[in-house]
Design a protein around this ligand. Structure first.
Ligand code: KIV
Length: 266
């Protein structure tokens, strides 16, 4: 797609229902992101997310979208204790959840891990720029690569990850010009989030795109729909109708043809 100038679309999904809806809209890649932790599981960060969480949700996404490329995040701690552990966990994601590839965060220090996974047959997307699993070390959720030294480092990381065998790179929260430079220098596709229009593709968190995650809205998020108010109105209406006895009405009930009074008399 990069060679043909076709932009790649990627969205996060965490369950079969959403995966199936997104798959019917011709999304190229479904990412089972570890944003799962914040968006679905109610954590304050992605750090607590476990392998068990990722396997459970990635398998659901696979069932909901059997024909789509499914990419699964390796959770924090699943690739930080050595190449062997990373390979074992990467293989589990492919074998047990049926994912097509994994994504992991980090630059030059992660290259041996990327190499090990790729040699074991696990395709890897790198993730550079803002890396939420280690956001604390980066000074929080901030735009990365703003000065020339930081930009040089990110470019070196992109090159090193390509060299290590990554099939693509996610670039998060960097100035548009830097993402453009990186995308033109590496031959593998780049998928951006908060990285401007010149990446080879774009990714958003599905719940953000649909306007149903209210806790936090970064600048780069565009709401293509506002589902939160619709959901709230529908649920309030349900509660009102249950309380006043107008739901379920005859249309939503099964008709009686038996005299149940007899049950009380027996
Ligand atoms: O986990 C996630 O949702 C991500 C985003 C950057 C798309 O990795």
């Amino acid at each position: 797609m990069k060679a043909g100038g076709q932009r790649i679309t990627m969205l996060t999904a965490y369950d079969a229902a959403m995966a199936s809806l997104f798959a019917s809209c011709e999304v190229d890649i479904l990412l089972v992101g570890d944003s799962l932790g914040m968006v679905v599981l109610g954590y304050d960060s992605t750090v607590p997310v476990t392998m068990a969480d990722m396997l459970h949700h990635a398998a659901a996404v696979r069932r909901g979208a059997p024909g789509v490329f499914v990419l699964c995040d390796m959770p924090f701690g699943s690739y930080h204790t050595g190449v062997r552990d990373a390979v074992i966990n990467g293989l589990r994601i492919m074998k047990e959840a049926g994912s097509d590839a994994v994504k992991l965060e980090g630059g030059i220090e992660m290259c041996p891990v990327v190499k090990g996974l790729v040699e074991a047959g696990v395709p890897v997307m790198g993730h550079i720029g803002l890396t939420p699993q280690t956001a604390g070390q980066l000074g929080g959720f901030k735009v990365q690569g703003k000065d020339i030294e930081a930009a040089r480092r990110l470019l070196a990381e992109a090159r090193a990850l390509e060299e290590a065998g990554a099939f693509a790179l996610l670039i998060e929260c960097v100035p548009s010009g830097l993402a453009r430079v990186i995308s033109s220098v590496v031959s593998i596709p780049t998928v951006g989030i908060g990285a401007g229009v010149d990446c080879d593709g774009q990714v958003l968190v599905g719940h953000d795109l649909l306007g149903m995650y209210e806790r936090f809205q970064p600048k780069f998020v565009k709401h293509y729909a506002s589902l939160s108010p619709l959901i709230k109105a529908a649920v309030a209406e349900f509660s009102r109708e249950v309380r006043n006895g107008s739901y379920p009405d005859a249309e939503h009930s099964f008709a009686d043809s038996t005299d149940y009074q007899r049950l009380l008399q027996e």
